[in-house]
Write a protein that binds this ligand. Structure first.
Ligand code: ATP
Ligand code: MG
Length: 750
């Protein structure tokens, strides 16, 4: 059990102590409409982890109430993820669809109690009748139907005698409830579609709010743990179970904060878009935050669980730095995997004074790793080193090989450059060097001082391997769409050279390639004839260096702890009212609405901007992300920009003057100078390029520069569409209108 107790475990312990709960039963209830991602890993770790810690059990339940998007391949991926993370579900995999008959019977019971009715209003009327946060709703005249009428209509709905949307079944609760979710919520809707398990048995499907609490009850769940956006649904959850007066024990719902990671998109819908759009190579593309992706990339289950643990369980949504995850995998592999040598970009070295060949003994592990094992390193006069480990005209702090500076070949000898050979273009193609006979590693008596040791391979006996260098999929912290993709997220090196023991002896599947990072033998494409290695993570975060952050996440963990220990704070009435207005009237997503509603300054700022420009969703996004971030650092009175300037910014985004990406740049400038957005755009020439003629010309240029990729695309490699779009966006410094680019690239490549 983790040593610190989070708020969920505190609740569970109290429930055991008070006797409210006899056995701890949890469930992980994914909807099988996409591959699970690291957010699901967190939910898995919490649900299965709590069950394990308190000697209970956890069910794996497919929440398959939405027949249009679900599929068995997702079911398999979900099972695989749970197993890979090292958990076991109780009994068989469960399906909400297995309970359709029972759930239907409960609906009948509610109808008979006069607590549910068939409504026949149109969608628009239903919305209108629901009222607003400031106005009570009005009940439909159909609520007057008798029990008999309702039973008959519901039976006909079930038999498929009506069209989709013609009738719905609603709970009869309270049309003036302050929590708008309680204003006669939908229980069943008509859907004439085939279900991947239930086939065509049903023409009506239960809504989440009705199916979830009952499925929990049917399975004997004690603690129904879900994410924060379901906070307002808790009242319906309780209403259904209480109204049906079910035999105890009954489940209770508790919410925790979703996991969000910067530089990462994590909704299944957005991931599906990447997969279908060919921007990545399937659901298990090693750049995706899916469990299948991490698994293929070489992450270990231990590292993912350590990450989830380090993030903690909080009651308020927050963004975790992706370097925290990268730290966890490094930390796990550092003491586990063999260290070997692989040269990614070989430069030939000929040792003019070396004759014959030998085999050097080299340990797979450094002294501080408590593991044993060694291999032979072949050595001869033909060596390869990394191209950038030699420089002819080095800067002052360059410690590797130069015409005047010797270097040690790791585990072997010290070498000294004698001659630099170049081709006609001036490129260095070979170094002639001498080795110092008495400088052998471990028995060096040469007295030569070198400033570094570099990795190398024996050119004649090394094996050629393919190395796939993965980097972050997005180049911006809060990615929005394809325009934010990192054009360099995958680099393939076809003929790297690796020492032979790695292939012949296979001491492991994961390795540290000395000075390069951690790598994993690709579980799909690797063969002995054509070995393929995926880069898991670099040795030090290169992105951390870019942003001048230190590598250890100790500071971050501290910050997180405050949130973990933080109180479970319910919304005040005012906050709840705002939240409802934001989600229902303004259609903001619940996460954004939650951020705004809980912060009086932020919501006031938002309302002010909204009074200038009627673009609720775009404004809310900027205020809840960018503006909120600024306010974490300074007081609102110190902001250089005003709400009306934010409204101006959104206006020029909405009308297409600038792209979302450029908007970020403009915002940064507003933070620093307080200048008006249109002035910044004008001064810096940031206007979005939407003119098809200009974009066309740029596309032509990109195509001429990449004839091979054009050919590959035409031969059927549709994945390259993303490459071309990325290149064009890059060529315009992000100013090209992504929609236009997408469309034109598509046309031109036909
Ligand atoms: P997405 O929005 O990514 O599609 P979802 O919430 O629709 O995710 P479900 O399959 O319904 O995905 O979720 C299964 C379980 O995993 C739920 O209990 C949900 O709350 C949890 N979960 C999903 N995403 C996250 C996340 N980012 N962090 C923590 N838990 C999550
Ligand atoms: Mg969902």
């Amino acid at each position: 059990m983790s040593e610190r107790k989070d708020f969920l475990r505190t609740i569970v312990e109290a429930d055991i102590k008070s006797g409210k709960c006899k056995e701890v039963v949890t469930r992980f209830p994914p909807e099988p409409n996409g591959f699970p991602h690291i957010g699901h890993a967190k939910s898995i770790a919490i649900n299965f982890g709590i069950a394990r810690d308190y000697n209970g059990h956890c069910n794996l339940r497919m929440d398959d109430t939405n027949p249009t998007k679900e599929d068995t391949k997702y079911v398999e991926a979900l099972k695989d993820a749970v197993e890979w993370l090292g958990f076991e579900w109780e009994g068989n995999v469960r399906y909400t669809s297995d309970y359709f008959t029972q759930i239907h019977d409960y609906a009948i019971q509610l109808i008979k109690m006069g607590k549910a009715y068939v409504d026949s209003l149109g969608e628009d009327e239903i919305r209108e009748y629901r009222g607003t946060v400031t106005e009570v709703g009005k009940r439909s005249k159909y609520a007057e139907r008798t029990v008999e009428e309702n039973l008959e209509l519901f039976e006909k709905m079930k038999k498929g005698e009506f069209k989709d949307g013609e009738h719905i079944l609603r709970a009869k609760i309270d049309m003036s409830a302050p929590n708008m979710k309680l204003r006669d919520p939908l229980l069943y809707r008509i859907r004439h579609v085939e279900h991947f398990r239930a086939g065509n048995t049903w023409a009506v499907y239960p809504m989440y709010d009705f199916a979830h609490c009952l499925s929990d009850y049917i399975e004997g769940v004690s603690h129904s743990i879900c994410t924060l956006e379901f906070e307002n649904n808790r009242d319906i959850y309780n209403w259904v179970l209480e109204t049906l007066s079910l035999t105890p024990p009954r489940p209770y719902q508790h919410e925790f904060a979703r996991l969000g990671i910067n530089y990462t998109v994590m909704s299944k819908r957005k991931l599906l878009e990447l997969v279908e759009g060919g921007q990545v190579d399937g659901w298990d593309d090693p750049r995706l935050p899916t469990i299948a992706g991490y698994k293929r990339r070489g992450y270990t289950p231990e590292s993912i669980l350590a990450f989830c643990d380090s993030v903690g369980i909080a009651k308020a949504n927050s963004m975790v730095d992706v370097s925290q995850l990268e730290f966890c995998i490094r930390d796990d592999l550092n003491l586990k995997v063999p260290r070997v040598m692989c040269v990614l970009d070989p430069l030939k070295i000929t040792l003019v004074n070396y004759e014959g060949s030998e085999e050097l003994d080299a340990s797979y592990y450094p002294d501080d790793v408590p593991k044993e094992g060694s291999r032979k390193l072949p050595f001869s006069s033909d060596i390869c080193i990394e191209r950038d480990d030699f420089m002819e005209n080095p800067p002052k702090d360059y410690f590797r090989l130069t015409p005047d500076q010797s270097v040690r070949l790791k585990g072997a000898y010290i070498i000294t450059c004698k001659e630099v050979i170049k081709d006609a273009s001036g490129k260095v193609v070979e170094i002639k060097a001498e080795y110092s006979k008495d400088s052998k590693s471990g028995s060096d008596t040469s007295g030569i001082k070198v400033k570094s040791a570099i990795h190398w391979v024996d050119a004649t006996r090394a094996k050629e391997v393919e190395v796939r260098l993965y980097d972050r999929l997005y180049s911006v912290e809060a990615p929005q769409g394809v325009e934010d993709l990192n054009a360099d997220s995958l680099k393939i090196i076809k003929n790297a050279l690796i020492e032979p023991a790695v292939i012949n002896e296979k001491p492991d599947e994961r390795f540290q390639f000395e000075r390069q990072g951690y790598f994993y033998a690709d579980p799909v494409d690797y063969t002995d004839e054509k070995p393929v290695f995926n880069k898991i993570v670099g040795l030090k975060g290169s992105w951390d260096k870019k942003s001048k952050k230190t590598e250890t996440p100790s500071k971050k963990v501290e910050v997180k702890k405050e949130q973990i220990d933080g109180e479970v704070v319910a919304m005040s009435q005012t906050q709840q009212t705002l939240f409802d207005k934001y989600t229902i009237e303004l259609k903001l997503n619940s996460e954004v609405a939650n951020t705004l509603a809980r912060d009086a300054q932020l919501s006031a700022f938002y309302e002010e901007a909204l009074s200038q420009l009627n673009s609720p969703v775009s404004l809310a996004n900027i205020v809840s992300n960018e503006v909120a971030r600024e306010l974490k650092q300074i007081e609102i009175s110190e902001l250089k920009f005003s709400a009306s300037q934010i409204a101006d910014l959104v206006k020029i985004i909405d009308d297409g003057t600038i792209s979302n990406k450029i908007a970020k740049q403009v915002f940064e400038e507003m933070v620093n100078s307080g200048e008006n957005p249109s002035k910044i755009v004008e001064d810096k020439g940031l206007v979005q390029i939407s003119d098809p003629a200009i974009i066309s010309a740029i596309i032509d240029e990109v195509m001429t520069k990449n004839p091979d990729n054009v050919e590959k695309f035409k031969a059927g490699n549709k994945k390259l569409l993303g490459f071309f779009v990325g290149q064009v966006l890059k060529a315009t410094g992000g100013k090209a209108n992504p929609q236009v680019v997408n469309q034109l690239v598509g046309q031109k490549l036909k």
